[in-house]
Design a protein around this ligand. Structure first.
Ligand code: RP5
Length: 193
């Protein structure tokens, strides 16, 4: 074997090792269409802020059902712990994924154009007994990310600390707004908003 082939083999081996040692994300954020991304992005961002990698996929229950089944069936064995699934309109994605895995699924109803997301919410909420989907508010991407972190935090102290810290910051922000409105009054407060 010449030096060149040895170098190629070495670099391939290094790539394999570095790929293997990359931690598998614990959370997946999946959406029925790329038009849902704007709703799901706050979930991805808050999880990243808590130092959690997120697997992000576009999988449609109607347009790419086989890919959705493949993802859901293999999610657990690939190391995922929680799936956040967002969809709008006839929003079957969260429920279908929940029917194919025992991992917890958090559904995010995406605001639809024609029915403002009430259609999405009912599609995700009204699961039959035996196949639960934890549903957040219409457009509730942020809460979906926070709920996923809280669930992971039940067995990971670092994540629990991140969630507690998030709450503390939120608390301080509201306290300081309250102090300000007491000080300057609602009229000036509004003018500064
Ligand atoms: C659903 O249809 C998607 O989840 C999306 O919210 C909605 C509209 O999809 P596009 O027409 O924008 O691709 O399946």
């Amino acid at each position: 074997m010449n030096v060149k082939s040895l170098l190629i083999m070495n670099s391939a081996l290094e790539q394999l090792i570095s790929k293997k040692s990359e931690p598998m994300p614990l959370v997946a954020v999946v959406m029925g269409s790329d038009s849902d991304l704007i709703t799901l992005q706050p979930a991805i961002e808050v999880l990243n802020k808590f130092n959690l990698e997120v697997e992000v996929r576009i999988l449609s229950a109607h347009r790419t059902p086989e890919e959705m089944v493949d993802f859901a069936k293999n999610a657990e064995s690939r190391g995922l712990k929680i799936i956040i699934a967002g969809a709008g309109g006839a929003a079957h994605l969260p429920g279908m994924i929940a029917s194919l895995t025992t991992l917890p699924v958090i559904g995010v109803p995406v605001q639809s154009k024609s029915l403002s997301g009430v259609d999405s919410m009912h599609s995700i909420l009204q699961m039959p007994g035996g196949v639960p989907v934890a549903t957040v508010a219409i457009g509730g991407g942020l809460n979906a990310g926070l709920l996923a972190a809280s669930i992971l935090g039940t067995y990971d102290l670092e994540i629990r600390k991140e969630v507690a810290n998030f709450r503390e910051i939120m608390h301080e922000e509201v306290v300081s707004k309250d102090k300000k409105i007491i000080k300057i009054g609602p009229k000036s407060y509004l003018a500064q908003m």
